[in-house]
Structures are given as C-alpha cells and as structure tokens.
Design a protein around this ligand. Structure first.
Ligand SMILES: [Zn+2]
Length: 175
C-alpha cells in the first residue's frame, strides 16, 4: 500500500530527542478492530493492516511512530516510518515532553505473545543502541509506555524491561 508522502513544513521538530519510548501496535488499535480488519484483508500483513487502519481509515497523514519493528519470515525488520524531523503529534496529549521522544512500535500484542530473544536482539542492535549513540541518550531514558502512563498495558506484560536492558548492554561499546 502506497501512502501519500507529504512533507509538512508546519511542525518540524526543533527540540533534540532525549528519550525513547517503546509501544506495541495495540497502542493505536484495539484487538476487536484489528480482528475485523483481518477478516476483510486476509492477504495483508500486520504492518500493512496498521497503515491501512491509521492512515486510510483514521485519515492520519502518517503513523505516530518513528520506527516500526515487525516480524518477516523468521526474523524482524526495522522500518523507519514517521520522518525523524516530526515529533509524534498524536502523543502530545499523553506525554509532557513529547517533542523530545522518539517513539518505536513493536508490531504485535505483548500481553498475549512472549517477546522472543531475537526481537530483543534486533531491537537493541539495529535500533536502540544506534539511536542512543546518535542522540546521546542514556539507558535510563528508554521507557516502556506503561512505565509512564499507569493505566496503559503497552507494550505488554510479556515484554520485559530487564531482558531488554541486558540485551542493550550486550551491544553497547564500553570505552
Ligand atoms: Zn503505547
């Protein structure tokens, strides 16, 4: 699915990124809606369904995540979505320093599926550690959505922060 690519000059981000927040796709679409979409679109994968829902049905111009990590065959791919110069306007009402937050979405529901060791590794090696170096972000500034918003179950109880921290440490270059 090709979405319109529109460079919006009204809100390029001017603040440096200081935090990284991790979500699952459940954050923007609930199970019931996704099940209905699946019935109508059997050939589309989960990322395509997410784009279809958020951009075509909800009429947003792009996903609210800067990066998406999704399962392809036996591995995970990292895809850049929202251009990094745009903060995620959708989360403005939820998070106080939203203009300083890079948002990452893991496709799936980690309240019912266990995050795999390979997911933690790909997320850490291909995305988190490079972002930490690029934007000078410390480990203690990486958060799960549920750590900040107490009513949230995003990205899910089966995505474990301690496991993620251990995987990130593995890939950090200690000088
Ligand atoms: Zn979330």
């Amino acid at each position: 699915m090709k979405i319109p690519l529109i460079f919006k000059k009204e809100f390029p981000n001017t603040k440096p990124y200081k935090y990284i927040f991790i979500h699952s796709s459940e954050c923007i679409i609930d199970n019931h809606e996704l099940m209905n979409l699946r019935k109508e679109n059997k050939n589309k994968d989960q990322l395509e369904l997410l784009k279809y829902y958020w951009i075509i049905q909800k009429k947003n111009y792009d996903l609210p995540f800067h990066y998406v990590v999704h399962n392809v065959d036996d591995d995970y791919h990292v895809v850049q979505y929202r251009p990094i110069v745009y903060h995620s306007v959708y989360y403005d009402k939820l998070f106080k320093h939203n203009q300083e937050i890079i948002h990452i979405c893991l496709i799936g529901d980690y309240n019912i599926q266990m995050a795999t060791p390979r997911l933690y590794d790909v997320l850490s090696y291909r995305l988190l550690v490079p972002l930490m170096y690029t934007y000078n972000i410390n480990l203690n500034r990486i958060f799960l959505h549920s750590e900040i918003e107490k009513n949230s179950k995003c990205p899910g109880d089966l995505f474990i922060k301690q496991v993620l921290y251990a995987r990130i440490q593995k890939f950090l270059i200690h000088r």
